[in-house]
Design a protein around this ligand. Structure first.
Ligand SMILES: [Zn+2]
Length: 276
């Protein structure tokens, strides 16, 4: 099922609604299909995965290369979600995390995040007693370190494939060891590959293969009942490669519920959907 009525502004308000918190005066609207999807599920944690630089055209062209991600979309919900200008990483992640347009959040550079009065859904969750975290590149994590409960920075020192792998490892650790209930992570291999080393379509395929493997490892490693939002900040924006993703400004949004290992047994720990 493909629905075309949502934008990146709608992700944060939807997460907020599921957590029973609110973002004041947000520009987006709740994705009611997602909220309904959660109603019969005892969700313990929410994970927002932002895959850098993949629009719906590239998503479709990748075909079976990202078989696992596509299986999640078939088993869960799939939306084509309109990306907002300027379609650059920091402002677009700002839009996804805050539910405000760039004109309202004004987060154009990582440095803007240090002092802004604008709060993301992660900060609002934390202020409401819901432990939140982010696993992102080092400077981004520093900018968020006094705003969320757990901010983990990853340095790209051993190549971008290794970087994404460590993001996944640390996200799983943060869920297990820190009991984070809302987390955002940023996977960079596709955009980084296109910016820096892609010479052929095969290189794009290779980077997408690592995304698919990492998402599978991530989902397999989630031990508690988890609601995943998997999306992207913008379609391909590297001029040399923009042609592979130029038919649409939409990005994929996959919403998928992963059952916890203990589902079906009586558990006393509190879920985010029954927190009151
Ligand atoms: Zn980006």
């Amino acid at each position: 099922m493909v629905l075309m009525t949502y934008t990146q502004l709608d992700i944060a308000p939807t997460i907020a609604h599921i957590l029973d918190i609110s973002i004041p005066h947000h520009d987006g609207k709740e994705i009611w299909e997602a909220i309904r999807y959660t109603e019969d599920k005892n969700i313990k944690q929410i994970l927002l995965v932002i895959i850098d630089g993949i629009g719906v055209t590239l998503y479709n062209k990748l075909g079976g290369t990202i078989n696992y991600v596509k299986k999640l979309s078939q088993d869960g919900l799939f939306f084509e979600c309109e990306s907002l200008p300027p379609r650059i990483t920091t402002p677009n992640i700002g839009t996804i995390l805050t539910g405000y347009t760039p004109e309202h959040h004004l987060l154009y550079k990582v440095a803007d995040v240090f002092y802004t009065p604008i709060r993301s859904v992660l900060e609002i969750a934390s202020e409401n007693g819901i432990k939140s975290g982010i696993v992102i590149e080092t400077m981004g994590a520093k900018s968020m370190s006094n705003r969320v409960d757990v901010a983990i920075g990853v340095e790209n020192t051993r190549g971008i494939v290794d970087y994404d792998k460590r993001i996944i490892n640390l996200a799983l650790k943060a869920f297990k060891l820190e009991n984070v209930m809302l987390m955002a992570i940023h996977l960079r291999v596709i955009d980084n590959c296109l910016h820096h080393y892609a010479e052929s379509w095969e290189d794009v395929i290779y980077s997408a293969t690592t995304i698919d493997g990492n998402i599978k490892r991530l989902v397999d490693g989630l031990s508690k009942s988890t609601l995943l939002f998997i999306t992207s900040d913008h379609p391909v924006h590297v001029p040399k490669w923009a042609y592979i993703d130029r038919d649409s400004i939409n990005v994929p949004l996959i919403i998928y519920h992963k059952h916890g290992y203990a589902d079906g047994t009586k558990k006393s720990d509190r879920g985010v959907t029954n927190k009151v």
